[in-house]
Write a protein that binds this ligand. Sequence first.
Ligand code: GLN
Length: 562
Amino acid sequence: MEKKFIVVTGGVMSGVGKGVATASIGKILQEYGYKTTAIKIDPYINIDAGTLRPTEHGEVWVTADGGEIDQDLGNYERFLGQEIPRANNITTGQIYKAIIEKERRGDFLGETVQFIPHVPNEIKNRILESSKDYDITLIEIGGTIGDYENIPFLFAVKSLEREFGEGNFVHVLITYLPIPSHINEMKTKPTQTAIRLLTESGIFPDVILCRAKEPLDDVRRRKIETYANISKDYVISAPDIKKSIYSIPLNFEKEDLGIKILNKLNLKPLKVPDWSKWKFLVDNIENPKKSIKIAIVGKYLDIGNYTLKDSYMSINEALTHAAAQFSTELEIEWIDSKTFEKHPESIENLKEYKGIIVPGGFGESGVEGKIKAINFARVNKIPYLGLCYGLQLAIVEFARNVCGMKDAHTTEVSKSTNFPVIDIMPDQKKIKSKGGTMRLGAYACILKEGSKIYNLYKELGRIEEDKLKLNNLNENTLGNCKGDLILEKHRHRYEVNPKFINELEKNGMVFSGYHERKDGTRLMEFIEIGDNFLATQSHPEFTSSLLKPNPLFYGFVKACIG
Ligand code: GLN
């Protein structure tokens, strides 16, 4: 089969759900039987998102192969249910770095290295490399049409289109139609401008997805039809969703978007889509039978209300996936841990919640408040889920309050503690530069048979599923791990200090999983206390999808429901 590409661009403004729309189109094409992948282009100069603060671009997503990436790759994985490698995120910084390195090596054999053709060529090579094993590749171009920094990428896709033929390309423009409150009328003008800007780059949209608060009416559909010179069947209405982003592919399919795109690509469906399980789960999310409140205790002061959800997108989604299994709605309250430092009595408010999460984090800000919240969860037997820093601080709490190590701490916060129960990993000590230097990506983990966490991974089929991936792992990821293994992704510099494990175990903490490195050192990956206090050094929120919730989130939500 000839290679097919779908290029997704955005008009008018960012933040209208281009990533989710791209992921939804991918999911639809997958349902029609095509091997589909997606590439995200970020026109910034950063090499990756690892050094970006989450308030800039939302959460930093981690790929199994250790990339720190734009959050859209997370949406692709969640919708497509497949791993997307780091190479599927292309930034301007990567392109220029690669070209300059080639130039320094002398690879250009005396040529003058120029914007055209070298930059588009490098972009094209990367797109082709990522699309190698797939029938259809979606290419989402970040930013908005008209941005200067988009230009080289538009050039590159245009040039690919010439090489592969127009019949193998579909251009999707995602635009936004505002309804200004003072006139209360949906305006198409910004969309017309976006279409014009796109055509100036020689790209003519085949499909226009019209994001708006309301559905598109016929008058406006026709206006866009005339302006863009495409049949109005290809002007798709994409109004705000009621509740769940997972309803988006279903909504697109109501307008037969999948078949329309396949037609443009000269493809026939390879199978009849089966949306039954997906629909069932979306219905559970949209019409839940019950609702429970849970608290996520973190440091939020400098984040602000608007970016909060984006900064913790994967945790939100992983909770949604788990809750959908139980037809339960989770009312998530984001609690700033510093409140418990300033007003110690307010810790009692946590009684209202059916479960408490402490997510990943860095630095000392709000740490004592988080430790207080963990203590409250443990003592009052409120289900607890600790993610990365949430495991490390759970160990600090337990060491201080159960094992009598009064000033126990992580050396990330206190260098002078007598009980450094969490300490920097030896190989991290000499690292100075920040980008891409943490312990990143998937690592194999040996779970303790019979532990609560082992049982959860077994119940949700992850041991069987992860086994299939083991053959393709590099030796670092696998280490010396053998037997029933699972894989979770990581992003940290500190670890449980092995010197204290015995003492913690003696006092009742169960270490339910570890990774063993090639050199024989063991890194603790999971802990549990009793039935409903679970924590992990990894980020299980990065391996959860609607159809396959992550076992830890599943176990946590189940415990919260009680
Ligand atoms: N700051 C901790 C570390 O680097 C935890 C990191 C995290 O929560 N992602 O180990």
